[in-house]
Design a protein around this ligand. Structure first.
Ligand SMILES: [Zn+2]
Length: 273
């Protein structure tokens, strides 16, 4: 599933093509969207952004097209005359004279008015979006402190605590923070919690800027030079289980929490419990 950084990058790609002074040509295929065509077809799109893993396309009349990709949904942006090879089902299509943006297979798609956004059952439950400028390490540290008894492994996927984090970010943030997945914010001292909050912000922003790469560039170059494949050079620990830690050479371990994998270094992330 795309996490916060992938969703924000998709929003940026859509905004570059669709945010203009003119309405763009649209076709809705998904039955839930079809009734909205008359309300949206002649209205320019003024912003495309994300909140956590939800994508929000805002129109000048105050309506917002909300989509959540879940496991199978996907947005594509191509030249208008280019064919897209996919077995997914088309939900909606937005055409400019030069480009085509299309939403495929998502099932969580709806149109919201400005007032409905605040009361939407999904959006209203989200915690601070880690990518937003307002999500400073101080704010994020406050979230850790208000969930002092919750384990790191569980809280890092809870969208009501931190919006936008998912499986790969969870492993990577906990590694940079030096936090064991079973530890809770209450097990750590204030300085350790602050370091954790800084890692949440830093690793997520890096993944956004570097298209899913969570290690600094120098580390990525070293991994590439050693002949690693992308799935392992791009991360510190995620998908590197049974390989040597880049810092201490211990073997990276894999555990499952709620069926979802988490990889960590037992030496760099010692437990306090
Ligand atoms: Zn290590």
């Amino acid at each position: 599933m795309p996490e916060g950084p992938e969703t924000r990058r998709a929003a940026d790609r859509l905004a570059r093509v669709l945010v203009t002074d003119e309405p763009v040509e649209m076709h809705f295929v998904y039955p839930k969207l079809v009734p909205w065509i008359d309300d949206l077809a002649h209205v320019p799109i003024c912003e495309v952004t994300s909140r956590g893993k939800a994508l929000l396309m805002r129109f000048e009349n105050g309506l917002t097209l909300y989509s959540h990709s879940q496991l199978y949904g996907r947005w594509t942006v191509n030249r208008r005359n280019q064919r897209v090879k996919t077995s997914r089902s088309l939900r909606a299509e937005f055409l400019t004279p030069t480009h085509a943006a299309r939403l495929w297979s998502a099932t969580e798609v709806r149109v919201l008015s400005a007032g409905e956004e605040a009361s939407d059952p999904f959006l209203s439950r989200l915690g601070p979006d880690v990518l937003d400028a307002s999500s400073t390490p101080k704010i994020l540290c406050g979230q850790l402190e208000s969930h002092a008894r919750k384990s790191a492994a569980h809280m890092m996927l809870d969208q009501s605590v931190f919006a936008g984090l998912g499986n790969y970010l969870r492993s990577e943030i906990l590694f940079e923070a030096g936090v064991h997945p079973d530890d809770r914010p209450g097990d750590l001292d204030a300085e350790e919690r602050h370091k954790w909050a800084q890692a949440i912000r830093r690793v997520t922003l890096r993944a956004y800027r570097e298209a899913g790469v969570t290690v600094p560039r120098a580390v990525a170059h070293k991994g590439k030079a050693a002949g690693e494949r992308r799935r392992t050079w791009r991360h510190w620990v995620f998908c590197r289980n049974e390989l040597a830690c880049r810092i201490c050479a211990s073997l990276i371990e894999r555990r499952r929490y709620g069926g979802r994998r988490l990889d960590f270094c037992p030496t760099c992330q010692p437990s306090h419990r």
